[in-house]
Design a protein around this ligand. Sequence first.
Ligand code: GTP
Length: 402
Amino acid sequence: MSVTKGVILAGGPSKGTRMRPLTLDCPKPLLPIAGKPMIWHPLSALAKVPGLTEIIIIGFYEDSVMSSFIKESKREFPNIGISYLREYKALGTAGGLYHFRDSILRPPVPQNIFICNIDICSAYPFQEMMDLHSKHRGVGTIMGVNVKKETAVRYGCIVVDPETQQMLHYVEKPESWISNTVNGGIYLFDKSLFDEIKVAMDEKTARAAEDPLIKPDERLRLEQDVIVPLAAAKKMHVYQSRDFWRQIKTAASAVTASSLYLSRLQKTSPDFLAKPSSNIIPPVYIDSTATIDPSAKIGPNVAIGPGVVVGEGVRVKDAIILEGTTLEKHSCVLNSIVGANCTVGAWARVDGAPEPEQDVKGQISVTILATEVSLAPETLVRSCIVLPNKSLNRNSANEVLL
Ligand code: GTP
């Protein structure tokens, strides 16, 4: 069996700004989604690929940020090499791959390399991509997903030949509509990808040599600098996924992603989730160290982190409750993320509207309480973003509370 490796593009501290205030204390890849760090979902899916020997996470976070996750993952997947390679600065989605090409290509030399963006949630159809890839033997196969026509221009748009699945055209965030099929952020490349990246890098260096206004550097974008020319040369194919898919860019989209992953876990690993009962409406994840009063009603679509205390008569639905938080008796949390070590007082209510399909400027849907927020009993917080360490004792709606 030929060797396959996986690369996860984790970004760095300057990325994930739309996830604030959650990412003020927790780096985006480690944010708990459906009871596991965001990065665990692609990593665990890669770990199941037959013949996959190694997973390399590339990012520009400090090593110390990723070290405990790497250690735990090595313990969970002992047969796979797992490492974190740190870019000295943001090198772009292809610059890091190029910089670390020797590490990725070191023996056992991979024939194929999966590359996953961190900020998507998906069913990771790696086997199906591999099947299509081995049929056409082009340089790469991209996972395409279908989105609504009104939203398509916000993504990398793909024009695909429906007969051959060949990519005819790729435009990153076009000015006007060209296709409903967009880049799903998962790729399978032949190792010759690195020759193509070298061509793109050499062209960039040559342009910089001719134009004194361009500073030569190692930054390179996989989408615009590598995939656009590969599409033009008819060297890319598209695997069209019909399964669930979402970008995780905003805090609100984390609630949606958590629900989608919980529904999937219900089918694939039901034992990981809380047992359904009259008061637990599936899918629900409850960490083993959380304390839940039996009269609390939880679910569907709830993930409860370590050390959380849920009191008598509490109601939680469509929500993520992070580590160390206390929900006092008869409080209610709907369509919200409650950050670590918060206290929601008795009879208080934290709620929001579900994530809208399209962001409306200035409108907050899901309520986000950042770390160590405390909410007085009987207060109502609706569609608000509350920054860390804030104590609230008045009702608030549609506000950012600093
Ligand atoms: P935006 O809508 O502008 O955020 O663009 P996008 O959706 O195309 O995402 P972007 O290109 O910023 O990121 C795609 C993926 O690559 C994400 O998983 C990022 O975390 C990751 N990424 C982006 N830039 C870098 C980088 O410089 N280095 C590394 N290692 N990863 C990156």
